[in-house]
Design a protein around this ligand. Structure first.
Ligand SMILES: NC(=O)c1ccc[n+]([C@@H]2O[C@H](COP(=O)([O-])OP(=O)(O)OC[C@H]3O[C@@H](n4cnc5c(N)ncnc54)[C@H](O)[C@@H]3O)[C@@H](O)[C@H]2O)c1
Length: 444
């Protein structure tokens, strides 16, 4: 057994200890299923697990992708632990539906799954899916814990499955243009990047609509399998709570709040544009519940500072109680890259702008690019279709997708560490060699 396999088995064992014993996870075998070989003209059969807001939307986009490239894929199964959402999916996609995701994974006609459950289920379902020979479109955040990051990396290596992590933002053209500008030397040595994700709306507060008639003691469309919903959570014994089910982003058991819900869309593309994705060396998460003093556990206002060994840092700010952004900016010693002048770091703008640092640029720099701001045009792509198209192409070619698990891992570690830092009130360090978060600097 390889070291990777043994790490993964340890993770499976710990998942069993969390209440999943006896599940298909606990029976995970080291011999991975291969999956169907898909020809250029074969339609890819996709099933969706978690047909809430996001899963339904993403499955709909997969279905509509056939309008971009004919006969690409079809939705052949839907799954959710809330029967109303199973029924809605069955009706929309004219396919089978189930409350039990293992029934989807056991189907030999399913080539790939979309995982769009709350975060605490992402890794567990994705790992099991890969063991069953499925490729995975795995919604962001990639997972919920650092141990899961490692298991996902190991399992992708071991099973050679395609995993596209669903930050469609990384398929935006601006990051690839920024990546080229940075690689060409237009910024010089990297100093720091800043971004923000601010909003002030009911949706932004995460106090989403609750269906009061639904629950685990109800029948028909009102039935919710609460036992399964909580089975993968750290606290799996908690009694049914509609706020936790419908507004799970407010609770640590299922989410990392702002860090995992919003910052993933900033940290993942940033790692793409650096060209060389990085694990952080030191991370601080801070903030608080300043305004929304309801049942929530996660802060409504949250800051992340991540520092990197190569000698640069990232500073992110977010509040759900104020909508003014800090302009997205990547600062280098010889130039700054303005991503969006008007708002969110990862939002679309028709151009990005390089502003040279006139005091320090060399004659060579001036000869190449001059000393005035340079606008670089950005193509306005449908990022969802681009991300989905790339995933389907990679299923056929077996090439690495746009947001592969290794790049996503770098972003995930930074945001998960920020959550831990906030919760523990500590500055935290990443021991990359042992893939562990520690509270003292790691010696080189
Ligand atoms: N990429 C993006 O821009 C984007 C946007 C929104 C949400 N998301 C991500 O999508 C995920 C879902 O978010 P949402 O807003 O759709 O939440 P949601 O609550 O609307 O939907 C999640 C669904 O998963 C179901 N579920 C929970 N555990 C399950 C299990 N074990 N098996 C099957 N179904 C299960 C729930 O019943 C629910 O219907 C989150 O991780 C979120 O971060 C990504």
């Amino acid at each position: 057994m390889s070291a990777n396999q043994s790490n993964r088995r340890e993770f499976v064992a710990s998942a069993a200890a969390l209440g999943l014993a006896g599940s298909a996870m606990g029976k995970s075998s080291s011999k991975s299923a291969q999956g169907r070989v898909i020809g250029a003209n074969d339609r890819i059969n996709v099933a969706v697990i978690g047909t809430g807001g996001r899963g339904f939307y993403v499955a709909d986009k997969f279905d509509k992708y056939n309008g971009v490239k004919a006969n690409s894929c079809q939705i052949v199964g839907v799954c959710d632990v809330y029967q109303r959402r199973v029924s809605r999916g069955k009706e929309r996609f004219k396919c089978d539906g189930t409350l039990n995701y293992r029934e989807i994974l056991d189907r030999s006609d399913v080539d790939a799954v979309i995982v769009a459950t709350p975060d605490h289920w992402h890794a567990k379902i994705a790992l099991e899916a890969m063991d069953k020979g499925k490729d995975v479109y795995l919604e962001k955040p990639m997972c919920h814990t650092i141990a899961e990051v490692k298991s996902l990396i190991d399992t992708v290596r071991e099973t050679k499955r395609i995993v596209q992590v669903g930050s469609q933002t990384t398929s935006g053209d601006q990051w690839w243009k920024a990546r080229k500008a940075i690689a060409d030397g237009m910024l010089g040595d990297m100093i720091m990047s800043q971004g923000s994700y601010h909003r002030n709306s009911v949706d932004g507060e995460w106090n989403w609509k609750i269906d009061p008639e639904a629950g685990p003691t109800k029948s028909g469309d009102d039935y919710i399998d609460w036992k399964t919903f909580t089975a993968a959570a750290a606290n799996s014994k908690i009694p049914y709570d509609a706020d936790r089910f419908f507004r799970y982003r407010k609770y640590w058991d299922y989410s990392g709040g702002v860090a995992t819900d919003l910052y993933f869309h900033v940290m993942a593309p940033m790692n793409v544009c650096w060209g060389d994705a990085q694990y952080p060396e030191r991370v601080i998460g801070s903030g608080g519940i300043y305004k929304f003093k309801d049942e929530r556990e996660v802060p409504d206002t949250f800051h992340l500072v991540a520092e990197y060994k190569k000698g640069f840092s990232v500073v992110l700010s977010s509040s759900m109680a104020n909508s003014e952004h800090i302009p997205g900016l990547i600062r280098g010693y010889e130039g700054s890259l303005i991503m969006v002048e008007h708002g969110r770091f990862e939002g679309f703008a028709p151009h990005i702008t390089v502003k040279p640092e006139k005091r320090v640029i060399s004659a060579d720099y001036k000869a190449k690019w001059g000393e005035e701001p340079i606008k670089i045009e950005v193509e306005n792509k449908d990022t969802m279709f681009t991300h989905i198209g790339n995933f389907l192409d990679c299923i056929r070619s077996r090439q690495k997708p746009t947001l592969d698990v290794e790049t996503a891992a770098r972003a995930q570690v930074a945001i998960t560490m920020a959550v831990q830092s906030y919760r523990q009130g500590k500055v935290l360090y990443f021991d990359e060699r042992n893939f562990k978060v520690v509270d003292k600097p790691v010696r080189a």
